[in-house]
Design a protein around this ligand. Structure first.
Ligand SMILES: C=CC1=C(C)c2cc3[nH]c(cc4nc(cc5[nH]c(cc1n2)c(C)c5CCC(=O)O)C(CCC(=O)O)=C4C)c(C)c3C=C
Ligand SMILES: [Fe+2]
Ligand SMILES: [Fe+2]
Length: 333
């Protein structure tokens, strides 16, 4: 039997950061090694950084972080991976419905597996000559989106025929993103009641990246203002902060941890916390915010602390991803 192979109008590469294959010290070490060796993530002089990374960080951090991963690992695997796979499956069927034809969607992680290379290879083998790169980072940062762009450019160096590509650079103020966040907060309030304050906690980056031109902080501020407006919150009902500080450099402030410690003394006894920079629940939300953040706030005298899940496969989030693909594919169908 001869199978007729039709060329898809385009393919989609769904991108996220990546995660270790298993929550073991060995796999966490190899993930951290690849991640923290990327100059887009840590841009220090390699002569200074490599000895610190190999001699200190990769000796002590992996076993500590492996334990944290073990505390949030799911039966099916790392939460970030499991959610990403579900997003891929759902987006595939939604795009088939939307476009009336099969549009291949593959997953590519900047670090770890499945790699960006394997995602691009799978799209190539399905005949995709046009590719939409969709990094699931609403706010642009050189440490995330530019890292994707670098890795893809490097990959294409080895290809004879390079596909036509379009990359969705950011969606921090997209109406579909803001309304997906707002409906997630509202449904949380319907179930649990509204806390004294809504904290919007974004992954931090070094201040120097911002002073050197990274628009990330500006994007986080805009997302927060738009979300607060959509929810009808006034100034003292919400607050922006930055989590996941790493290393000795000065990072964006106010820090989530320090904010949580300071709130009970100001009379803020209940907090809802949302992490709009993450499209999928991961170590940083399930451990650092849900477990660590709660402990910090309660120990400081707080009474009620609730973490709002990431958008994950919420229908409004999946509909946003379809809209982003439609916008990027203008003229391709
Ligand atoms: C210099 C270090 C780091 C920068 C800059 C950074 C930016 C950044 N990261 C994310 C998203 C995620 N980061 C995650 C984990 C993580 N991040 C760093 C360091 C930097 N991140 C480390 C060392 C780790 C690993 C855990 C640890 O050792 O503490 C994750 C979670 C992955 C998972 O497996 O669940 C995500 C997602 C963004 C969006 C961002 C810049 C905006
Ligand atoms: Fe990170
Ligand atoms: Fe962290």
């Amino acid at each position: 039997m001869i199978l007729s192979k039709t060329t898809p109008a385009f393919g989609v590469l769904l991108v996220n950061l990546g995660t270790p294959d298993t929550p073991t010290t060995k796999d966490v070490r190899s993930f951290l090694k690849q991640f923290l060796s990327d100059p887009r993530v840590v841009d220090l002089n390699p002569l200074i950084w490599k000895p610190i990374l190999n001699g200190v960080i990769l000796n002590f951090r992996p076993s500590k972080v492996a334990k944290l991963y073990q505390s949030i690992w799911w039966d099916e695997g790392s939460p970030l991976m499991v959610v990403s796979q579900r997003q891929r499956e759902q987006l595939t069927s939604m795009l088939a419905q939307e476009f009336g034809q099969s549009i291949p969607v593959e997953l590519g992680m900047t670090y770890g597996t499945p790699s960006l290379t394997s995602g691009l290879d799978k799209l190539k083998s399905q005949g995709a000559k046009r590719i939409i790169i969709l990094p699931l980072y609403p706010q642009y940062s050189c440490s995330t989106v530019a890292a994707v762009s670098d890795a893809i450019a490097t990959e294409f160096k080895g290809w004879r025929e390079v596909p036509e590509t379009r990359m969705n650079k950011e969606y921090y103020q997209h109406p579909g993103y803001i309304s997906a966040l707002a409906s997630s907060v509202k449904s949380h309030w319907e179930q649990h009641g509204q806390a004294d304050r809504l904290l919007m906690s974004f992954h931090g980056i070094p201040v120097r990246y911002v002073t050197e031109g990274d628009p990330y902080q500006q994007h986080c501020e805009k997302t927060s203002e738009l979300l607060a407006k959509e929810l009808g919150l006034n100034q003292d009902q919400w607050q922006l902060c930055y989590q996941s500080i790493f290393g000795k450099e000065e990072w964006l402030t106010p820090q989530t941890d320090k904010t949580l410690i300071s709130l009970p003394a100001q009379g803020v006894k209940s907090v809802d916390i949302i992490s709009p920079a993450f499209a999928a629940d991961c170590l940083e939300t399930l451990e650092e915010l849900s477990i660590g953040g709660k402990e910090t706030f309660i120990n400081a005298g707080g009474e009620r602390y609730e973490c709002i899940p990431c958008l994950n496969t919420n229908p409004a989030h999946m509909a946003l991803l379809v809209t982003l693909v439609k916008q990027q594919s203008q003229g391709w169908c």
